[in-house]
Design a protein around this ligand. Structure first.
Ligand SMILES: [Zn+2]
Length: 127
């Protein structure tokens, strides 16, 4: 399952982010997932839950921010409105080939965790 290995790499990135905070318990992880990554957000959340089940971090929420790919015309220099779930073949104005931007994201945006001492909320990444 594609999403399980993605969830594992998100978890590995989360652990790396928490290296300076031994014993921290992860509460919430926010990731950006691009349209072109072939990741299903629902499957990713499911894989995440399965991965953390039975570990101290079980119940940690995975927030998935969906990032659609965009199309723009290099000649006209303007973004073109894509049909939902579809692609434009050429620029409506000049007939030129369109450029695809974005949609490749798979980024760990934010890790929220609790320290064992004070159970106070803290953030491992910049907002
Ligand atoms: Zn154009």
């Amino acid at each position: 399952m594609h999403e399980l290995s993605i969830a594992q790499s998100i978890l590995a990135g989360t652990r790396t982010a928490l290296t300076p905070y031994p014993g921290a318990r992860v509460e919430r992880v926010r990731v950006a997932v691009g349209e072109l990554t072939a990741i299903e957000p629902e499957l990713l959340r499911f894989a995440w839950e399965a991965l953390l089940d039975g570990t101290p971090d079980a119940g940690c929420v995975l927030d998935v921010e969906w990032r659609p790919a965009r199309q723009s015309c290099p000649a006209c220099g303007v973004p073109r409105q894509r049909p939902e779930h579809g692609w434009l073949m050429v620029c409506e104005e000049c007939g030129g080939a369109l450029r695809i931007e974005g949609g490749q994201e798979l980024d760990l945006l934010q890790v929220s965790f609790v320290l064992p001492d004070d159970e106070e909320d803290a953030d491992g990444t910049d907002r």
